[in-house]
Structures are given as C-alpha cells and as structure tokens.
Design a protein around this ligand. Structure first.
Ligand SMILES: [Zn+2]
Length: 306
C-alpha cells in the first residue's frame, strides 16, 4: 500500500512541469547597466537580480557554470534527466529551453566526469589490437571513440534519429518532431548512456539500464503504451543494428578489389550497387511500413475523439 502511494506520488512529480517564481519582489536596480526593473533578470542586459560584488557563493557557482551558461545547473539537469527523462526532454524540445543546461554541454560535462571516474578506478577500456589488417580502419575508429566517451556516445545514438523520426512521427505526445529536435533527443540519450556505463563499471548487468532507459524515456516522451512503445523501439534498434553490421561489411568490401586483381571496374560497380540495395531496401521497408502503421494509428485516435 505504502509502495503504491509512493509510486503515485512519484508519477505525479514526474508529470509536473518545472515552474519558475520571482526570486525577490519589488523594484531592483541593475548593478551592470543601471536600469530599474522587476523580476529575476534585467530586461536590458540580462544580469540576474542580486548579481553585484563577487561573493564566495557566486565564485563557486561560476565554476559550475562552465558547462551551463545561464540556464539550470549541470547537477540539476542530470537529476531531472535521470528521474523523469521523457518529461524533461519533452519540455526542452517543446520550447522550455531554460529547464536544462544545453544538452551538448551537458554531454561533454558528463563525459569529463566519466573519464575522471574511469581513470581513478583504473577501469579504462582495453584498446583493440589490429591483428587483421583488413579491419584496421574500423578498429582505429572504435579505439578513438572509446577514448572520447562524449563523441563515442553520440556516435552510438545519433543513428537512432532517423528511425525515431519515422516510427514516432505520429505519436500521441510530441507528434511531428523535427530532425533537429530528434538529434537533441539523442544527445540527451547519450548523456544517459554514459551514466548507465558508469553503473556498468559496478556490475556488467547494469548494461541493461541502457535499453530500459530508452523504453522509459520514449514512453514518457511520446506517450504510447507498453506495446506501442516496445515494438517501435525494437524496430528502431533493429534498423540501427542492421546499419551497423552493413558498415562493417562496407569496410570489408572496400578491401576486395585490392586483394583480388581480377576484379574489373564493371564488377566493382555492380558490387557497390548490390551493396547499396541490400542496405537501403530492408531499412526503407521497415521505416515506411512503420510510418504507415503509425499514421493509421493517429487517424484512429482522431476518429475516437470526434
Ligand atoms: Zn542591466
């Protein structure tokens, strides 16, 4: 009973959007430009109320602020992202830009924390060694991404932008999101991914936090139910994994003409055309069938409400 009550309260808290209040009532005199104003910020120059001589608090704040600019601080944004990811990202992409520290800054802030913790505990990733020279480019790329966790996480998630755009296009919540919004969503997901990887350092089983977080986030963000979220997300990951496998295949194909001299230009062109078709046709099929199902779902929802 107690647990149920806690869950309901937590849900209500997750659903509630972040609100803002006037910090100090009355008319203030801006210490920067001299304008008299009411509210939290000077409307002429943007300096905060109470900003004047430098205090210890302000000094500490300015160091935290390296990553955050004028919006919410990094710890606050991480806290929000971990506990109500979908609602938080939804607010950000629908125009509440000040609720979060900018997602790219946040990602690289977390990447620095991640690198420091990994280094302190001596759990740095083993570099892959290139025994097979055919895959050398690929292995170099993986090692580079391992050493640059921020870019590494982005490289993993960014390809989900396209399938997400197709499969969650007609969602009940936040429908018709744009590609730049989709990229922002994946930048937030990269931050979550790094946090999950920190947990994975404690126990390998925590790697499953990543798909779990994707599920929770997409469910809160797009508003489909359990099955609606699950199958769409599964389709996104299948497309993602297929594209990744085909990328490995491409690095192998590039080597074939070098090794086999009998390969004529005509054969090479045919090989690339076949490769391109094998890459595009299954992905396009999944995405457009998905899009069609989602569009039909939206029409049904509209009919119900009429
Ligand atoms: Zn001012």
């Amino acid at each position: 009973m107690k647990l149920k009550e806690f869950r309901l309260r937590f849900r209500a808290w997750q659903n509630k959007s972040i609100n803002y209040t006037v910090k100090k009532k009355g008319v203030h005199h801006c210490a920067n430009c001299g304008h008299d104003f009411e509210g939290n910020l000077c409307p002429i120059c943007g300096q905060s109320v109470g900003d004047g001589r430098i205090t210890w608090k302000w000094l500490a704040y300015s160091f935290i602020n390296i990553w955050t600019g004028d919006s919410r601080s990094l710890p606050y944004s991480i806290f929000q992202l971990m506990l109500r990811p979908g609602h938080f990202i939804g607010e950000y992409i629908s125009g509440h830009r000040q609720v979060s520290s900018p997602p790219v800054n946040m990602l690289f802030g977390i990447a620095v924390i991640y690198a420091i913790i990994m280094h302190l505990f001596g759990i740095e990733p083993e570099p892959f060694t290139a025994k097979d020279s055919d895959l050398k480019v690929f292995i170099t790329a993986i090692n580079w991404l391992n050493n640059n966790p921020g870019w590494g996480a982005i490289a993993m998630t960014i390809f989900l932008t396209i399938p997400t755009w197709f499969l969650f296009r007609y969602s009940p919540r936040h429908p018709r999101h744009t590609i730049p919004e989709g990229i922002s969503i994946q930048v937030f997901m990269s931050s979550l991914m790094l946090i999950c990887l920190l947990f994975k350092a404690i126990h390998p089983a925590f790697i499953f936090l990543i798909p779990l977080y994707y599920y929770i986030t997409y469910r809160q963000l797009f508003g489909y139910n359990f099955w609606g979220t699950s199958w769409r997300l599964m389709a996104c990951f299948v497309v993602w994994a297929y594209a990744f496998i085909m990328l490995v295949v491409a690095t192998i194909l590039l080597k074939i003409p070098e090794m086999d001299n009998s390969f004529s230009v005509g054969k090479i062109i045919i090989m690339y055309i076949l490769y391109f078709l094998t890459l595009i046709i299954p992905i396009a099929a999944v995405l457009f069938i998905g899009l069609w199902i989602c569009k039909r779902g939206e029409r049904r929802r509209e009919q119900k409400t009429q």
